[in-house]
Design a protein around this ligand. Structure first.
Ligand code: PAF
Length: 319
């Protein structure tokens, strides 16, 4: 970890500790909002003792790579990441990736802010990752260049990029699509070259990445909630005093709140923005969504086996 001299600074914090923070999307995205909220709180509350250096837009590589670096203490000190690659490191988080599990953002937030979410944050500690708060991306929707997706049959053979996430891959396979897992930095080139037909992501990402430049159809399917996480490296964590640990934890909560506020706004404005940019948009009715859920019913048996039906039922029962 490097140490920076802040120009003009005097006194105890003339030497400030650099905190490199990496995330997949641009600084003006929901990821940047989380990182900025975290940064501002820590910088202000510590009186400039820490100085954040931002690496937006996958500048440090795909999420799997940054998480590996975080675990080993060889990369950045902090990340904001999606749940995409995380279940390869902490399988327990995979329960949050089950399609059609969360009814709406309010439901997801109360589960993640309650004992179930807290328990999963704890699970990270045993895997050399310090997860401080749940961020959020919104509900994922399908974009593609083949046709509007209105019924499960429209997915047949569709080469759809998924995150490197076993729960998502199982769902799309069961639905009859041809899921192609890949890391985010490869997605736009693969769409440009026609190597894949489509991808799925929340409105926050669709707008931030201007996916209309490479995708014609947007199907507002809301097939799965997409959490994110604010995590620090254990090496960095162990170097902090108890007082600074509290500052980082409280700052991560500020980051989470900023990310959720950004997503609230994306969910309100994203469809109009995508339409205005030329995407052909269809919004699935509740009946249409139920048909998609029914088409992946057999995948749920695998989810129950992996995560326990009781846990899934507890999540569904949460108000
Ligand atoms: O699809 C993904 O990989 C993710 O949703 C995102 C945010 C684009 C990259 O982490």
């Amino acid at each position: 970890m490097g140490s920076l001299t802040v120009a003009g600074a005097t006194g105890a914090f003339a030497q400030s500790t650099e905190v490199k923070i990496a995330y997949a999307l641009a600084r003006d995205s929901h990821y940047g909002a989380a990182a900025d909220g975290w940064d501002k709180y820590v910088t202000d509350t510590s009186g400039g003792k820490f100085q954040f250096m931002h690496f937006p837009s996958s500048a440090q590589g795909g999420e799997r790579e940054v998480i590996e670096g975080l675990q080993l203490g060889t990369g950045v000190q902090a990340v904001v990441v999606s749940s995409g690659a995380l279940s390869n490191f902490v399988p327990e988080i995979g329960v949050t990736d089950i399609p059609f599990l969360f009814r709406d953002l309010g439901h997801a937030r109360s589960v993640l802010d309650g004992p179930i979410g807290e328990g999963i944050l704890e699970d990270f500690r045993g895997r050399d990752l310090i997860a401080l708060a749940w961020g959020e991306q919104g509900f994922r929707h399908i974009t593609n260049n083949r046709q509007p997706i209105e019924k499960p049959q429209d997915l047949a053979g569709l080469k759809i990029r998924t995150m490197e996430n076993p729960v998502h891959i199982a769902a799309f396979e069961t639905a009859g699509a041809a899921p192609t897992p890949m890391s985010w930095p490869e997605v736009i080139p693969a769409l440009q070259q026609g190597a894949i037909d489509g991808q799925e992501n929340p409105l926050s990402v669709i707008v931030s990445a201007k996916l209309w430049e490479v995708q014609k159809y947007l199907t507002v399917s809301g097939h799965v909630y997409s959490p994110a996480m604010l995590i620090v490296s254990p090496v960095f964590w162990d170097s902090l005093s108890d007082e600074d640990k509290k500052i980082f934890t409280d700052g991560a909560i500020k980051g989470k709140q900023a990310m959720r506020a950004f997503v609230d706004n994306s969910e309100k404005t994203g469809i109009d923005t995508a339409r205005a940019a030329g995407m052909q948009v269809n919004v699935l009715s509740e009946e249409q969504k139920a048909a998609f859920q029914a088409s992946i019913q057999s995948a749920y048996e695998g989810y129950y086996e992996t995560f326990g039906k009781d846990l899934v039922n507890q999540i569904i029962a949460t108000k």
